[in-house]
Design a protein around this ligand. Structure first.
Ligand code: 0X9
Ligand code: ZN
Length: 306
């Protein structure tokens, strides 16, 4: 059984998905959107209330695209649990349709659990050609939007973009699934660390067309986090390019630019750097609670439920 007082490996997360599917079966649908190089599934979990009529806001949540950012799948699975079973989310669930990918990079995630020296692995486990010395493509540099800007062509780099856009089964499968869902209203990819809400673009420092609305909805997320934390946790909000430096081929830019998702964000979860990627397990329950409170405030605002 799942808990949010520690980090969980891929098997635990898959068991949790199956448990949720059997417990809240009328609300949950599962699909496999890709098969990785090592044969793992990239799973998509759709949660919606089939007894209420549409149209509904479509919200896509991506977790675990970077292997070592363990707090991301923790937050994503907690949010799935809240949305499906918590009474506090019931009114919002009537008018929303959720698409969750708890672990977008299962090979990398499993590898980061396999030994202490693999703990800080970021990429997938792609072979990069028969003679390549270095493994892995940064799946957050492999999407087909301004591919190549601020990304590396060297397979040994942490930000290796792949040999071409969409060279990886994970990004292809996720992209196709988003295309078949269509008209997504909100796209969020959870990363760590930094405590920032980033909106497009990552490939340029120019602001996107609806920057005012993007920033206003991001402030709602922060408002919910701040309230839930008693004022202790706050996020910085801004454009990816200006705040994190130029990096293209990321899922948020693709969602915004290629899929025309009006509200597309990368949320860099806590902390602000003291532990960085190695967030202590004792922080998990606080972070998942504060983040889901932020999401509740954000999506409540979007749907006029609050
Ligand atoms: O560089 C990234 O992929 C993200 N930061 S992380 O430290 N988690 O790796 C930020 C991505 C921001 N979005 C874009 N650059 N489009
Ligand atoms: Zn990341």
């Amino acid at each position: 059984q799942m808990d949010w007082t520690s980090f969980h490996d891929l098997e635990d997360i898959e068991r949790f998905e199956e448990w949720l599917n059997s417990t809240a079966g009328n609300l949950v649908q599962m699909a496999t959107v890709a098969r990785t190089l090592e044969g793992r599934e990239v799973r998509l979990v759709r949660i919606t209330d089939p007894t209420t009529p549409g149209p509904k806001k479509k919200i896509w949540i991506e977790g675990g695209i970077h292997a070592r950012e363990w707090i991301s799948p923790a937050v994503t699975t907690y949010l799935m649990h809240q949305v499906a079973v918590s009474p506090e989310w019931r009114d919002i669930l009537k008018v929303t349709e959720w698409y969750f990918v708890p672990v977008a990079n299962p090979d990398g995630y499993a590898y980061s659990f396999s030994s202490p020296r693999a703990r800080l692995w970021r990429k997938n486990r792609s072979q990069n050609g028969p003679s390549a010395r270095c493994k892995g493509v940064d799946l957050n540099r492999n999407w087909n939007l301004k591919w190549g800007v601020g990304a590396s062509g060297n397979p040994c780099s942490e930000t290796f973009k792949g040999k071409e856009p969409f060279s990886e089964p994970e990004t292809v499968g996720l992209g196709r699934a988003m295309q078949s869902v269509r008209d997504i209203d909100v796209f969020i990819t959870f990363h760590s660390f930094g405590q920032t809400v980033l909106y497009p673009w990552g490939w340029t420092r120019d602001p996107p067309a609806n920057v005012k609305q993007l920033s206003r909805l991001a402030r709602k997320f922060n408002e919910g986090v701040k309230a839930a934390s008693g004022g202790r946790t706050e996020y910085e909000i801004g454009g990816s390019g200006p705040l994190y430096g130029l990096a293209s081929g990321a899922s948020d830019d693709w969602a915004y630019g290629a899929m025309q998702v009006p509200f597309s964000y990368t949320i860099e979860l806590p902390d602000t750097g003291s532990h960085g990627f190695l967030l202590p397990e004792s922080e998990v329950s606080r972070v998942v609670f504060e983040t889901s409170s932020g999401m509740h405030c954000m999506i409540g605002f979007l749907t006029n439920i609050g």
